[in-house]
Design a protein around this ligand. Structure first.
Ligand code: ATP
Ligand code: MG
Length: 567
């Protein structure tokens, strides 16, 4: 579906890049990266980061890498790697060259660690995780030096190589940077660079039993890939001094030797980390840990549950990539955190679907109507989009038996009710004006059928001598197709389920977030093999076929969103 893009508005990152280009800081290059950890599915927050990283590179003639930040194999898997790649392409972006993995730099990272040890800037520490925490101090108290801080370079080299060789069990030793245990920034208090973990890795198999930490890995991976601008979220602001410390203490020539620019004459300039605010949305949870909990506890059907803020879920629900991109652009990029109203996302979605989704008719709660005077079945030709003739027309069968929505009929006239009442008239969308002549009930008194006559002079014309206000949708009972429809509401009952004072966010799930309606009737055009990905079912909202639960016997449609905001 097409973009309706305005000119991108300025933000502090666009400004910074313009300045760096003007001063030729990176030899005119813009190289960004999107660095997901493959420990879950991407969510709407990641979409913001993706749009920013890929967008800013493209705007400036640059490139964006996709790099899996895979240093914690215990929580990562190939399933997540595959889903992430798929989601990024679906959003409409292409990464530069091959997919990259931090784990493919493990050899270089190891060599750089040896380099730091050789410079007296890293040491092997014997403190257990608990002891190390205690030695680290607090925000108000400085930390204490590890008893192993002054190990000789030789001993450190020897121990580090034995760590790699698998001589020690998990947790018995770690490699730490030697910086400053009294630093006001806790990240600088001799942070861990390597941990021992005898565990299989989804990319490197059993080659390693020591794994580098995120902080140590990220900056070096950025440098190896010759990233110019390393954009990340605000929680890494306090890690920036460490990012710079590590890179500044490595021998720049040795980085250049393993980097993407090894073969070029371009000046080598270290990457610069810049932080921006995370995207938060109300009435939902954005954050892999919480999403994973919902999935693992079976509170939703999976990572692609259409109620989730995952890209897989939103895609299945019928969100379009263009709507998400437009939303991310309209949210903007800032340095202060704020919660964005779900309504803004829904607005972007409606705008895109209204412009691009063909119309069709679907009756959610069918009530049988017999058109007693229709001489024969006929085929009407209806425009697919009221404002876009170029979207073509479709054939809509009108037969003697049709269905209308139960909600569009009342036995007794009520003030303000403009649809069909007993003895009254209404127009069938795109077809005739009909009059309800007779109402049939079953033994319990429920209405089971209406017998109506059509005014055969009213196709594309107003009836003579009277006004008929109401227009309702309908579907042929004999040529229509039965489908199941799933309607969605907000996943949570409160605006901020992620608030700090919430003890158990799962207790705030909206029990009515999913409503399943079976036996709905849709016109045949909407279920043809080559039909559009999304439809506006007239008067009901936007719908898309569910790709997971539809099968030959039951077609399932998800309501992407209603026609207008209902909250
Ligand atoms: P989560 O908090 O959901 O676990 P994460 O930050 O741990 O996310 P990563 O896979 O490490 O997930 O993130 C990849 C990139 O996406 C990082 O650069 C991260 O800063 C960015 N990102 C993650 N969440 C958001 C968000 N809500 N808004 C904007 N960017 C985000
Ligand atoms: Mg993370």
């Amino acid at each position: 579906m097409s973009d309706s893009h305005e000119t991108p508005s300025s933000n502090f990152i666009r400004q910074m890049i313009a300045e760096d280009l003007a001063s030729n800081r990176h030899a005119g290059r813009v190289q960004t990266r999107f660095p997901p950890e493959p420990n879950g599915y991407l969510h709407i927050g990641h979409a913001k980061s993706i749009c920013l990283n890929f967008g800013i590179a493209a705007e400036n003639g640059g490139q964006c890498n996709l790099r899996f930040d895979d240093t914690n194999p215990a929580k990562e898997s190939q399933e997540f790697v595959d889903a992430i790649k798929d989601n990024i392409q679906w959003l409409g972006f292409n990464w530069s060259g091959e997919v990259r993995y931090s784990s493919s730099y493990f050899d270089s990272l190891y060599d750089f660690a040896v380099q730091l040890i050789g410079k007296g800037l890293a040491y092997v520490c014997d403190l257990s995780a608990d002891e190390a925490r205690e030695y680290r101090g607090t925000l108000t108290d400085p930390g204490r030096n590890s008893p192993n801080r002054d190990r000789s370079i030789e001993e450190n080299l020897e121990l580090f190589s034995r760590m790699r060789a698998g001589d020690f069990p998990d947790g018995e030793k770690s490699l730490r940077a030697k910086i400053d245990m009294a630093s006001p920034n806790i990240n600088m208090r001799d942070p861990v660079l390597y941990r021992i973990r005898h565990i299989h890795h989804h990319q490197t198999g059993d080659a390693w039993c020591i794994y580098p930490t995120y902080d140590y890995t990220h900056c070096i991976s950025d440098a190896i890939e010759c990233i110019t601008h390393s954009l990340c979220t605000l929680e890494f602001e306090d890690h920036r001094p460490l990012y710079d410390w590590i890179l500044n203490n490595l021998d720049i020539d040795s980085i250049k030797r393993v980097s993407d620019m090894a073969e070029t004459e371009l000046p080598y300039v270290l990457p610069k980390q810049t932080e921006f605010a995370k995207l938060k949305l109300n009435y939902t949870v954005v954050g892999k840990r919480k999403l994973k909990q919902l999935v693992d506890e079976g509170l939703v059907s999976g990572w692609d549950d259409p109620r989730l803020s995952t890209l897989a879920g939103m895609r299945r629900r019928g969100y379009t990539a263009a709507a998400l991109r437009n939303f991310c652009e309209s949210v903007g990029v800032a340095r202060s955190e704020s919660q964005v109203d779900l309504g803004m996302l829904e607005h972007a979605l409606r705008e895109d679907l209204d412009a691009n989704a063909p119309r069709a008719m679907c009756v959610l709660r069918p009530l049988k109507v017999t058109l007693t005077n229709l001489p024969e079945a006929m085929e009407l030709s209806l425009q697919n989009h009221p404002k876009k003739e170029e979207m073509g027309r479709r054939a809509v069968p009108l037969t003697q038996e049709i269905v209308i929505d139960r909600d569009d009929f009342r036995e007794e006239a009520e003030p303000g009710f403009k649809r069909l009442v007993s003895g009254g008239e209404v127009r069938l969308r795109g077809a005739y004006v009909i009059r309800c002549d007779e109402v049939l009930h079953d033994e319990s008194g429920e209405v089971v059928e209406l017998r109506c006559s059509a005014d055969l002079e009213t196709l594309g014309k107003n009836p003579e001598g009277r006004k008929v206000k109401g227009v309702i949708h309908w579907v042929s009972a004999t040529d229509g197709v039965q489908i199941e429809v799933r309607l969605y509401d907000r996943l949570f009952t409160v605006e901020n389920p992620e608030a700090k004072d919430v003890e158990d966010f799962t207790s705030l799930l909206n029990p009515e977030s999913l409503q399943v309606i079976r036996g709905c009737m849709v016109e045949p055009a909407a279920v043809q093999v080559d039909s559009a990905p999304s439809f506006q079912f007239e008067r009901e909202g936007y719908f898309t076929r569910d790709t997971v639960d539809s099968d030959e016997r039951t077609l399932v449609f998800n309501q992407t969103i209603g026609l207008r905001a209902s909250h």
